[in-house]
Design a protein around this ligand. Structure first.
Ligand code: PLP
Length: 407
């Protein structure tokens, strides 16, 4: 067992030898199992972040680990120059589960979003009569779609984009949750050169922002009217986190294309995907897009097992039921300094009043009491445990959260 001094020295190594592009809590983890993680000193924590919803299936799920271990000894990477025996079966499972004709596999979430942007533009030129290099994509303020230079170019968060310009043109930012502005611009003629609307059905990094009920159906109708693709970024909201396979279906709509990542591999290996029907996906032809590691056999083994766990353990219904229980408990508690509690499934944002002095200190308090949460932006605590958490474990965690927020 390591000591507190070891924790300090490991933090110092990180500080000295790694870029300071994160501000982590000062806990050094060494092991994870189900909803729990353990630090190097042997302390146990309930993980209420789940690696930004990548670990929906719980840490080191034995079925996913076994599938990856088995694959590791056999074949890990072929590149797509050759075919591998795990790729087709995974694409079949994924598309059947999600209800799209085809999947294009990448690695990180940002790459799936880049794939969506490329697909939408090419579709706009080849299938929708938009003149070369004129295609526009509508996005929303407070969006988070990843960290590439194109993607941060249409972020409205100063710390994500500041200092990284010049940025790629062709993106229009509209107010999230409000239909009037985007509708008016589309009517004004912007709709004619717009190839896609790219939207998070619930904004995760912005603090679990659930848009008004009419927002997504309104976007769907607008896209239909102007023949524009509706692309939902479900990288954080998808695969059970919101209490549905995809959060956008909670609004009763179907997106033309979807990006997924994170929980697609249960936190074991980076796997992401762009899902669409043939009319969109067929714009990609040999040589137009790709990734050396995208769709490799190890990734496919991880993703296949992760999807099986999601379905076999009924994690989507679990997220829905435990999430509504958690939301009710938190809303019924008399908390101090809380402005709003939002959520869908096991995905809850507790936004504090600015007078509460920021969410960080509450996350530090929770850490001291065995719960790992992370502030998102300055004033919101996000609670998103692995979906395998039991009702008792959740109740215990909520009691602690309520206690910390009542002080
Ligand atoms: C909605 C959404 N899109 C894209 C991404 C980027 O994913 P990655 O960090 O795997 O590139 C994230 C990450 O948090 C996300 O929440």
């Amino acid at each position: 067992m390591r000591t507190e001094a070891d924790t300090q020295s490991l933090i110092e190594l990180e500080q000295q030898y790694s870029a300071h592009n994160y501000h982590p809590l000062d806990v050094v983890l060494t092991r994870g199992e189900g909803p729990y993680v353990y630090d190097v000193e042997g302390n146990r924590y309930l993980d209420c972040l789940a690696a930004y919803s990548a670990v929906n299936q719980g840490h080191c799920h034995p079925r996913i680990v076994a599938a990856v271990q088995e694959q590791l000894g056999r074949l890990t990477l072929t590149s797509r120059a050759f075919r591998n025996d795990r790729f087709g079966p995974l694409c079949q499972k994924l598309t059947k589960l999600c209800g799209y004709d085809k999947a294009l596999l990448m690695n990180s979430g940002a790459e799936a979003v880049e794939t969506a942007i490329k697909a939408a533009r090419k579709w706009g030129y080849e299938c929708n009569g938009i003149a070369d290099d004129e295609a526009r994509i509508a996005v929303f303020d407070a969006n988070f779609h990843g960290r590439t230079s194109t993607i941060v170019g249409f972020s409205t968060d100063a710390s994500s984009r500041g200092g990284f310009g010049p940025f790629a043109p062709g993106f229009d930012v509209y107010p999230y949750g409000q239909l009037d502005a985007i509708r008016a611009e589309f009517e004004r003629g912007v709709g004619a050169t717009t190839c896609a609307v790219l939207v998070e059905p619930i904004q995760g990094e912005a603090g679990v922002i659930v848009p008004p009920e009419e927002f997504l159906p309104g976007l769907r109708a607008l896209c239909d009217k102007h023949r524009v693709l509706l692309i939902c970024d479900e990288i954080q909201s998808g695969l059970g986190r919101s209490g549905a396979l995809f959060a956008h279906t909670l609004a009763g709509i179907r997106a033309d294309a979807v990006t997924i990542g994170k929980a697609l591999s249960g936190g074991v290996y980076p796997v992401s995907a762009f899902l669409a029907d043939d009319a969109v996906m067929n714009v990609f032809t040999p040589g137009t897009h790709g990734s050396t590691y995208g769709g490799n056999p190890l990734a496919c083994a991880a993703a296949e097992a992760a999807l099986d766990v999601l379905i076999d353990e009924d994690l989507i219904a679990r997220s829905r039921d435990l999430g509504s229980r958690a939301l009710t408990k938190l809303r019924n508690a008399s908390l101090t300094g809380v402005r709003e509690i939002r959520g869908a499934g096991l995905w809850i944002g507790i936004e504090l009043e600015p007078s509460a002095g920021g969410a960080r200190r509450y996350c530090e308090d929770l850490r001291a009491r065995g719960i790992l949460c992370k502030e998102t932006h300055e004033h919101t605590i996000r609670i998103a445990p692995p979906l395998v958490i039991s009702a008792e474990e959740l109740d215990e965690a909520l009691a602690t959260v309520i206690d910390v927020l009542s002080a």
